[in-house]
Ligand binder design. Sequence first.
Ligand code: C5P
Length: 316
Amino acid sequence: MTLRLAPQPSLILHAPAKVNLYLRVVGRRPDGYHDLETLMVAIDLFDTLTFAPVAESDDPDLLSLSISTELPAAANPEAVSSSTAPLPVAPLAVGDDNLVLRAARLLREETGTTAGARIHLTKRIPWAAGLAGGSSDAATTLLGLNQLWGLGLSLERLRTLSERLGSDIPFFLSGGSAAICRGRGELIEPISLGQSLPLVLLKPPAGLSTPRVFQRCTPADPGFGATELVAHVQDGRFDRAATQLFNGLQPAAEALCPQVVDCRQLCETADVLGHLMSGSGTSYFALCATRSQAQTLAARWRQASGYAVWAVSTRV
Ligand code: C5P
């Protein structure tokens, strides 16, 4: 009689995007990075990752990644021809430098595990958008494979590991939905905002490379910090919070990409509390007074702008 163990079920996890409500470039560092003070908040726009275990004997290629997209066509027309068609990326074409695969390999190297996984990524977060979709996918891969492979690494250990993969990744392993991040992004002060902000998120077709935007930026102090903004949100004073939205990378992004200027000008014509580019762009968001205002405005802009548009809320 052969004893068959029940196959281990797949694990499905959702990876949220983030926006930066405040981003001050404090200064350039000798290592080529920039010191930042930034308020990052997760939003309810998600990629989804499915992790299926692979027994060692099953597959010589123990780690594989496939990707499909559910992006609105307007989000990335240069990359995606149809909103639901899979990208032309069979596992081989995904590329070794993909952050999901790099996160998986890092876990194997660190722990010595010989376990494998078949990973499927459903992309809904546009890339080159300043929404940290790739970073969130990498963080979720560390969490997912830690669980799938029974590695038992603490959140703190995963966070430390993640610093090697990218500056935005530790935020997604901070255990909360909002944080003030300093250093190059890896020094995390978790924050409870206690309120969900209604936003309209715009993504013009063009994308921007993060290094290019940082190269072009000039460090500047707006004269206020992220903590004032946090206090206004916690008090439910979204109108006051709107006056403190700040992104020191926006002038550089506007100089590199006229579509960011178009987004700002579109928001300036609308009756919104405030607006800002997220991260290094090109995505742009408007802060609304209510969720229903955000939904109405999103429907209007979806028709009129030719951009990808979402009504989203920040996560509490
Ligand atoms: O850390 P990550 O690989 O995501 O950063 C991508 C690029 O963005 C860096 O190579 C650097 O050019 C720029 N960057 C920066 N300062 C930061 C974060 C990123 O200059 N704090």
